[in-house]
Design a protein around this ligand. Sequence first.
Ligand code: ADP
Ligand code: MG
Length: 301
Amino acid sequence: MRIAILSRDANLYSTRRLQEAGEARGHQVDIIDTLHCYMDITSSNPTVRYMGEVLPQYDAVIPRIGSSITFYGTAVVRQFEMMGTFCVNESVAISRSRDKLRSLQLLSRKGIGLPRTGFASRPDKIQDLIKNVGGAPLVIKLLEGTQGIGVVLAETNKAAESVIEAFMGLKANILVQEFIEEAGGADIRCLVVGDKVVAAMKRQAAEGEFRSNLHRGGSAQLVRLTKEERATAVNAAKAMGLNLCGVDILQSNNGPVVMEVNSSPGLEGIEMATNKDVADLVFQFIEKHAKPNANKTRGKG
Ligand code: ADP
Ligand code: MG
């Protein structure tokens, strides 16, 4: 098959691994810089242009859209969908995953376990909002944050109130969430391909830190999932409409709760921690599912 990886950087571990794995399975794999794609969106025969030429009709596209280019990146993916190209993750699903609030609402609709979470845009009822999610300790998050930046733990109601007021004063969109203390600074990253969890790792926050992000000094190790955790991850991916994603779960006293779903999950940490060839599994999925016009939304989202 002829397959494109949409990625800004051909030297990233995940991009390189995907290209190697695809080539090892006999495919032609091109790495296309998302921001260098341009297109005539009004043409009755949609195409994508790149480096002065029209890109070929690919059998599949693997979007690796970084959170800093979601807007343009999803437009490029949508153009491929309009051409009938099979996109491993569709543009609408990627957009959903980039908005923490929208994601949690979608997951909640499907009855997936979540930490109690509230949202408000005005500061006049903060105390009621805090009470509503169970009171301190609370986690306050910027809606568009990544890598643990913009996630704050407030240990008292007073501290929560001040932090919420400060963020609102800066016109930042935030959500207020029950702190799952019993998770002990650990979370579980489940890598989902299609309708299966193909690899899972437990990430433990560094000493004195509650955020387990590897970028914040967390460490990762292999973990065996319970049936319930596995089902939660698969259902979350399905609710989001993502075929390739990382589902982050906290182990709460009430069972697994989903924190977030990442539509461009890094492969390095999880392949190292689990010794699994995740990239190869992505191509096995593509070989089975990539057919022209097989995408659900086909650019309509
Ligand atoms: P980001 O998108 O920046 O990674 P997350 O929502 O994943 O933001 O939060 C970062 C980290 O903070 C998580 O990996 C987890 O370790 C910790 N964390 C986030 N929310 C909670 C919570 N409600 N209870 C306990 N720990 C949390
Ligand atoms: Mg996270």
